[in-house]
Design a protein around this ligand. Structure first.
Ligand code: SF4
Length: 341
């Protein structure tokens, strides 16, 4: 049977893995704890059983993995999926805090003008298995057991809340004690602001962190840089965020990419602070990362720091997130399935 026609093991909930209780737990251990990428690594499973399962099931969703290491230690992974489509993830080995930024789609339908993925347009949603396999392959390539990667951010290609079923299924397997056994506090889902998806996340009980990429405090500016933003006004998004906060009590992270002369004015910093008054938030300002053919310029450092200071003065805790992996096209907003020069 061709690989694509076999049942994907990563697509199955942990409770639905093949085998009796003990064998299924062994298989889960090989997949999610030891990170086996081949049947013959699973040495404590009887050979006949491995052969039988290998006929019916597949372990991986990826046909090829190309790593692109950055000088700063991060690594961009370009994955070719079984149908030939491609997607990317970025591994960042922060001290004691191995982190991976993964994708939820091939391309993205949101079309943000400052993002190279948005320029590509939408390919397709990734399956839950394809979302998980980005973590498993990166861990394997780094020589780590999968559970050594303790932080996951869904902030790569795509809008996770437009692929809710698959993203939530993948997160369930990240959280499951027999899966990646991650803490929900170590998983961050980043959205450009899809109100119905934020409500679903609030009700899901998954308990993961929400990051909101607002990128402008007013609808007019926002619609200029996020062409699909006219579907959801800031007022609606804020209502959903307040609901999420009321349901979960979780602090919301804000992501804001600074674009010179577009969304980096002092009045916008004050308006932004006004929007989030009374909510527990943390603002990450992202200096824009350039890519070829982009219609934007980055905000100069002095204005970035001034924007940050204004937010702080208005009571919004703020950090500036200088991106990693710029030299290999792995920084925020640069993912475009291109091989670095
Ligand atoms: S910034 Fe995010 S939502 Fe916007 S186009 Fe890029 S990947 Fe999509």
């Amino acid at each position: 049977m061709a690989l694509q026609d076999k049942t994907s093991l990563l697509s199955l909930p942990l409770e639905a893995l093949p085998g009796e209780g003990y064998r299924a737990r062994q298989l889960a251990g090989w997949l999610y704890q030891k990170g086996a990428r081949q049947w013959d690594e699973m040495t404590d499973l009887p050979k006949a059983l491995r052969s039988e399962w290998a006929e019916r099931f597949r372990i991986s969703e990826v046909a090829e993995v190309m790593p692109y290491p950055s000088q700063d230690g991060s690594v961009k992974y370009l994955y070719t999926l079984l149908d030939g489509q491609k997607t990317e993830a970025v591994y960042m080995p922060y001290l004691n805090r191995k982190t991976i930024c993964i994708s939820s789609m091939v391309g993205c339908p949101a079309g943000c003008t400052f993002c190279a993925t948005g320029r590509m347009g939408f390919g397709r949603n990734l399956t839950a298995a394809e979302i998980l396999d980005q973590i498993l392959w990166a861990a394997h390539h780094q020589g780590h057991a999968p559970r050594e990667i303790r932080n996951v951010v869904l902030m790569g290609m795509g809008e996770p809340l437009l692929n809710v079923e698959n993203v939530f299924a993948a997160i369930e397997r990240m959280l499951h004690p027999q899966g990646l056994a991650m803490s929900p506090r170590r998983i961050t889902l980043s959205t450009v602001g899809i109100p119905r998806g934020i409500y679903r996340l609030a009700e899901s009980g998954l308990g993961v962190r929400l990051a909101l990429s607002l990128h402008a405090p007013d609808d007019e500016t926002r619609q200029q840089i996020i062409p699909t933003a006219h579907r959801y006004r800031i007022g609606e998004i804020m209502e959903a965020v307040r609901h999420y906060y009321a349901q979960t009590g979780r602090r919301v992270t804000l992501e804001y990419t600074l674009l010179r002369g577009v969304n980096d004015h002092d009045w916008q910093a004050r308006a932004l602070a006004g929007l989030f008054k009374g909510l527990s938030v943390h603002m990450n300002l992202i200096p824009w990362n350039p890519w070829e053919g982009a219609p934007h310029q980055g905000t100069p450092k002095a204005q970035i720091l001034k924007f940050a200071a204004t937010l702080e003065q208005q009571g919004i805790p703020t950090s500036v997130r200088w991106s990693r992996g710029r030299d290999v096209g792995a920084a925020c907003g640069q993912l475009a399935l291109k091989q670095p020069a």
